[in-house]
Design a protein around this ligand. Sequence first.
Ligand code: SF4
Length: 509
Amino acid sequence: MSERSVIPIVANPAALDGDGTGCHAGAEQMQAAARAAGKAGMLDQYANDYPKGPHDQPQSMCPAFGSLRVGLRMRRTATILSGSACCVYGLTFTSHFYGARRSVGYVPFNSETLVTGKLFEDIRDAVHGQADPARYDAIVIINLCVPTASGVPLQILPKEINGVRVIGIDVPGFGVPTHAEAKDVLSAAMLKYARGEIAAGPVAAPRSGISDRPTVTLLGEMFPADPMIIGGMLDLLGLAAGPVVPTREWRELYAALDCAAVAAIHPFYTASLREFDAAGRPAVGSAPVGHDGTEAWLQAIGDACNVGQRMIDNAKNRFLPAIRSALATAPIKGRITLSGYEGSELLVARLLVESGADLRYVGSACPQTPASDTDRAWLQARGVQVQYRASLEQDIAAVNEFKPDVAIGTTPVVQAAKELSLPALYFTNLISARPLMGAAGAGSLATVINAAIANKPRMDAMKSFFGDAGSGDRAGVWEGVPVARPEFREHNRRRLEKAAKKRKAEEMI
Ligand code: SF4
């Protein structure tokens, strides 16, 4: 069969059944369709790598955004989406909102091209059309929910066209719980590909050159100053900071795999860690945050890279007093709840506790993994409730329970806290946009958090000025005084109950 001949595929029209083809269509139905269409192996692997519960469906943005972002941030890489137009619209919008400076490729489909298998041919044509080695090292093609549920077989795309690597991945919302883990899906697929290239023969050196010292690869997207701060610490151990994974360039993947050890700064990169393990590289969890975190991390990295104890102690003596002094000069005084979906929540939590904050709860949308065990144990030993796979309901319940002086969280958590007239800060925009490591990290959170805590009287003044105007049923812009219509509500309630009963009866048939 020639590379461009028509490949008959058995598409699964069940992917289009139900009340629609989006996140709301029902994860079980989409799962069943995908399994029937030959994706069971992939879904089982995801279920293993990204255990779920208490919630199965994404409660934040579409998970595929994580993979898309990783692709869009890489030089000489084209990223193409295959999915429903509404999903692609949302993902494209979000990627440009977050400053992507690349085009997002899209292969559209309709029910006919999906069920006849023509969509796969369209994808293959698009990949061939883009495979220009003068412009690209790699093309990433991402199956969203419906093409995954329908069994569009990206795995039979050519692995390489004109020297351009082709990476096809399925990133359905019903298989990958968060956008953080979707970063892992693409990073691992790229590491696996690069590992195969290394095994096959010599590969290109990174543009920045090769370090003459053993390197430590850093796993997880960080504030740009953090890898430099970590590099300064590794220097005293006779080591150097290797690339950050997800990488910004294909060639960095080779250097990342060629490390002495990998530092799982973010703990959710399960599939990527499997690739490092296959390459024989040991992994170290946690990060050099705060005094205790830095001490433990220097020791663990030194041990993993066979650094002598004297050198490790030297590094500790050099960095720990500066961190202790930075923590003491920038104390945080107040009760805090913390929640987020980036995977760095436990690290931030450690820093808050060491800064003197009365931290009661930390919720992460990411799952519990061995890479975060040290951080979890350290926090729990200090009475902090650690909730993995935290749902929005749990995060909000923590705010209600602990009535913090400041709630740090995702957009809906911040909104809920502000409704209670509690100061609140967005994790992504205000906490992730600061250094966390070493002495720089030790002092960086206090300014923004203490300023927020000091805002409480303003929140109270606003609350007493507005009262309960504009809340609940009366939210929105009204031309007159809103009139309650309990009979409409009753009618609607009955209608919903009837629909639920009907659905239940149909399920039992
Ligand atoms: S691709 Fe994303 S937005 Fe589209 S249905 Fe799946 S989870 Fe929802």
